[in-house]
Design a binder for this molecule. Structure first.
Ligand code: PDD
Length: 277
């Protein structure tokens, strides 16, 4: 496989980083995951915009323009003869320098990106998944797509150990998002989700959902919802670049409504499929 590092293309095995890499030692960096369908990116511009916003928020300067990066990422698909469904992983760190919490001086940022095959999870999309609820132990700046994913990793692992696909995170009962996706509740025909404050990642798919609900005239309430609201929900679903629009049919071992993907969830799945096609 060919990867992109800074603005160069190289074989994956040729990528070496010094042991004093700030991404490794401090999690001092940001990242993106972009969906690929039939060898083409979906929502690439949105992801690149967010990458630059995340980088700016933690004061990492990119030396490439958005345009140059976009072109390089498209070349990456060509270099790998990509034609199927997959994902791009892109990571940007504050570079490699002798270990010091303080930013290094005159050290260029490190960037690399690679693609991998990733088939759509048809079973999850059609039958739905189960989730646990867990305390959101993350910091105040979750809108930054930071490499510091330890609370997310621990939450998702706990979900897995309970036979679940995702962890629904809450702060004092107020639902923020999931460990690696945004989450929505449907009650009486209205969709409820957390507002795009600094407390959640502003999902690129979430952004599309806002457009779909507009097109479909589905009421969209961004005041959020609580853990208690979940037990009376008509529908629950999550979104992310890798999970698309996935129904949640069980939370903490309790079934949501009739335990089947709901009507509005299915409408949004259809809108997503049409948009991504
Ligand atoms: N995660 N919230 C969190 C905490 C996430 O990590 C993600 C994405 C999302 C959804 O964002 P988007 O719609 O832009 O994919 C929400 C990616 C897929 C990951 O870390 O693998």
């Amino acid at each position: 496989p060919i990867i992109l590092t800074q603005s160069r293309f190289t074989h994956r095995d040729e990528l070496t980083y010094p042991y004093e890499e700030r991404g490794l030692q401090f999690g001092d960096g940001v990242y993106e995951v972009v969906r690929i369908y039939n060898g083409a990116y979906y929502l690439l511009e949105e992801h690149i915009d967010r990458l630059y916003r995340s980088a700016e928020a933690i004061k990492i300067e990119l030396t490439v323009s958005k345009e140059e990066l976009t072109n390089n990422l498209i070349k990456l698909l060509v270099q790998n003869d990509m034609t199927v469904d997959g994902k791009l992983y892109l990571q940007l760190t504050r570079g490699s320098a002798p270990r010091d919490h303080v930013f290094p001086v005159d050290t260029p940022a490190n960037m690399y990106a690679y693609i991998q095959d990733l088939p759509r999870n048809i079973k999850n999309l059609e039958t739905g998944v189960s989730a646990t609820t867990e305390h959101d132990a993350r910091w105040d700046y979750c809108y930054i797509k930071s490499l510091n994913l330890l609370p997310n990793v621990l939450a998702k692992q706990t979900a897995k150990e309970n036979g679940c696909y995702e962890a629904i995170l809450h702060k004092d009962g107020f639902v923020t998002e999931c460990s690696a996706s945004n989450v929505y509740l449907v009650k009486n025909g209205t969709i409820y989700t957390h507002p795009t404050t600094t407390k959640i990642l502003h999902g690129c798919v979430r952004m599309r959902i806002e457009k779909f609900v507009d097109d479909l005239a589905i009421p969209f309430n961004e005041e959020g919802f609580t853990i208690e609201d979940i037990s009376n929900a008509d529908e629950l679903f999550l979104t992310s670049s890798t999970s698309e629009v996935t129904p949640i049919i069980k939370v903490d071992n309790k079934q949501i409504a009739d335990g089947k993907p709901g009507k509005i969830t299915k409408q949004l799945q259809k809108a997503y499929e049409e948009d991504a096609a």
